[in-house]
Design a protein around this ligand. Sequence first.
Ligand code: FE2
Length: 283
Amino acid sequence: MMPAMPRPAVAQVQWRGAKTFLDPEKEEVFHDMVHFKKSANPHPMGLQKNLDHRPKPSEFWDNPMQHAVWTAEEVNSVKETHVEPTDFADRAAYYLVQIARKSFDFFSGYSWGPITYNKVLYRAMFLETVAGVPGMTAGMLRHLRSLRTMNRDHGWIHTLLEEAENERMHLLTFIQLKKPGPFFRLCVVGAQGVFMNAFFLMYLISPRTCHRFVGYLEEEAVHTYGTILEAIDDGRLEAWKTQPAPPIAINYWHMHPDATMRDLILQVRFPLPPLLLASPTSP
Ligand SMILES: [Fe+2]
């Protein structure tokens, strides 16, 4: 008779960073995902919350979503480019972005006076709250279309959602450096309410125009972060040459442990893949 194999003390299943622990001796299942543990309510299926795995204050969140990262060589090789509008949809997208940019620069005070850390951080935070909208909205609409038509989407949904998450990570990084006040948050709520609904409707009518809009938005973002890099290099934002980048960013973009704010801005400047800026393929 074969001797019984010793059972592992704790079996562990991992799926993209979320871990489930099964202890066969105690017949208890633990989940280490934070949202299971925030509430004091008992789990509806009677599972025990493993409070021992609650992130300690010194630890930082590790985003479990699969995503692309770029090398230092790639982020240093970014060049500003411009695609000339060729038809009505292109021109509509381009001028909408120009109007939005110039109005925002004027009313936010960015185009007035010298560049400062506060101006850069408030601008970056606000724009990232907007930049995270198109990928999520377009991804949701393509997901719904896939359900309705019962056809595959051939990778577009995940690419769009990954892009939305990348933009959200830009925001979550910048809020490590500046905590926005109630007025700023109110402006974000207003902008999101208008922009998300407008983009949603426009995507139903003309996805191509929406992708061209994001393309021109991306041109402006590359330009803005390029001017911030210039300001770091010529000494107007001198401290960011040596100031450490927040750990959440080092972890997400797999940066060097000694990465600085300048390295971070290089990562944030890295543009969308050209494929994303074109009209999506049909399923
Ligand atoms: Fe961004």
